[in-house]
Write a protein that binds this ligand. Structure first.
Ligand code: S3P
Length: 428
């Protein structure tokens, strides 16, 4: 594991674009694979997680061209996947594991799906239960509710499912299985999670309706290929938004960022914390709201983050916690127990690493309490190879005293391979 040292920086100035949205990139491959015709994806995120999705669908017989600037997915229709020759490897990617399972349960073959040591600990019962209720043949090979999963395709029936967690991965898995079921399928979640699946499947020709926190999908006869322009990922932009906020003398513009309201909760939070920023050139492209974001260094104050906003910023909570450490007063994060089952236990890791930097932080069952405003001092950061922990603490290091060592620099390749290059080129 190769570590990296991050030193304090003065202002970040200039402009940048961040890589394409990860959630949309995964879905572009998956939905393109089961549509008729060729899906053209521009702005595709070339990262380890999205490559896991590409590799799985190639193993299922889909031709995917990644050579040029665009990715071309040569779809074979809803029933066009072939049995893979070997085990499907989803790597570190929860999105790949959970969404692909909804499709595989309706295939006409048996397969096994596995992934790395992190994904082998993440909960899959949340998709196994609804898929079993639809009549699927899916089981956890080690009987521990995790991958490896063994799946044999079957005829599925529509269900009405109340998900105990607000999770776009669970919702999307059930909706994808619902495409193949007899009768309609409805998923209700406690709060609305990211809605890319609903938007994109609708554009591919599926029939979906939303009512409050519920989405209903009807079985589809066919999906039709699309051209999709993928905007920059707000989850990646978040590190640069935070860096510009906390480094004095910053003024940074991030171009073409996805601000779909089910993803952009961080913008509401920084507004509540007193951030100086503006959104320009707001427009819609390929069904997603996008804009340029300009951020200036700001004096922040603490806030409370809880309730329905949590799913709209779930991946940004590590960097929001870092902002809390630099803000005056108390920042409280609640209703975010999901953080414990991400790529790492993020409540524990955020708390351990912010404490090591000298911050006053108390972890709770479903979040944390941060008494911000103390100066932070560089230290060694343990990432557990979680990309979002590595990037969040690299940003914290920019405004700490002395050097900070991040124990694994390579893990950022999961979602943002050029992260350190971009960070250092803007902060030097
Ligand atoms: C994702 C949904 C979220 C998020 C993940 C990507 C998606 O997970 O944390 O990084 O693309 O659907 P949950 O839906 O499980 O919260």
């Amino acid at each position: 594991m190769k570590s990296i040292i991050v030193n304090p920086a003065s202002g970040l100035r200039g402009e940048l674009t961040v890589p394409g949205d990860k959630s949309i990139s995964h879905r572009g491959i998956m939905f393109g694979a089961i549509a008729q015709g060729t899906t053209r994806l521009s702005g595709f995120l070339d990262s380890a997680d999205c490559r896991s999705t590409i590799n799985c669908f190639r193993s299922l017989g889909i031709d995917i061209d990644t050579g040029g600037g665009e990715v071309l997915v040569h779809g074979r229709g809803l029933h066009g996947l072939n049995a893979p020759a070997s085990v499907l490897d989803v790597g570190n990617s929860g999105t790949t594991a959970r969404l692909i399972s909804g499709i595989l349960c309706a295939g006409d073959f048996t397969c096994t799906l596995t992934g790395d040591s992190s994904i082998q600990k993440r909960p899959m019962k949340r998709i196994i239960d609804p898929l079993l209720a639809m009549g699927a043949d899916i089981s956890s090979v080690n009987n521990n509710g995790c991958v490896p999963l063994s799946i044999t395709g079957r005829k599925l029936s529509g269900i009405t499912w109340e998900s105990p967690v607000a999770s776009a991965q669970v919702k999307s898995c059930i909706l994808l299985a619902g495409l193949y079921a007899t009768g309609d399928t409805t998923v209700t979640e406690p709060a609305i999670s990211r809605d890319h699946t609903e938007r994109m499947l609708g554009a591919y020709g599926a029939a979906l309706t939303r009512s409050g926190n519920s989405v209903t999908i009807s079985p589809a006869a066919e999906l039709h290929a699309l051209d999709i322009n993928i905007p920059g990922d707000i989850s990646s932009a978040a590190y640069f938004i935070a860096a510009a906020l906390i480094c004095p003398g910053s003024e940074l513009t991030i171009r073409n960022v996805n601000i779909n309201p089910t993803r952009a909760g961080i913008l509401k939070v920084i507004e509540q914390m007193g951030a100086n920023f503006s959104l320009d050139n707001v427009h819609t492209d390929s069904g997603e709201e996008c804009c340029d974001i300009t951020i200036r260094s700001s004096s922040l104050h603490g806030t409370v983050i809880e309730g329905d906003i949590i799913p709209t910023l779930i991946d940004e909570l590590p960097i929001i916690a870092v902002l809390g450490a630099f803000a005056d007063g108390t920042t409280i994060i609640r209703d975010a127990a999901e953080l414990k089952v991400k790529e790492s236990d993020r409540i524990a890791l955020i708390s351990d690493n912010l404490s090591a930097l000298g911050c006053d932080i108390t972890p709770t069952e479903d979040g944390m309490i941060i008494n911000g405003g103390r100066p932070l001092t560089g230290c060694s950061i343990r990432t557990a190879s979680d990309h979002r922990i590595a990037m969040s603490f690299a940003v914290a290091a920019l405004n700490a005293t002395g050097s900070t060592t991040i124990d694994d620099m390579a893990c950022v390749s999961i979602s943002f391979p050029d992260f350190f290059d971009q960070l250092f080129s803007l902060s030097n």
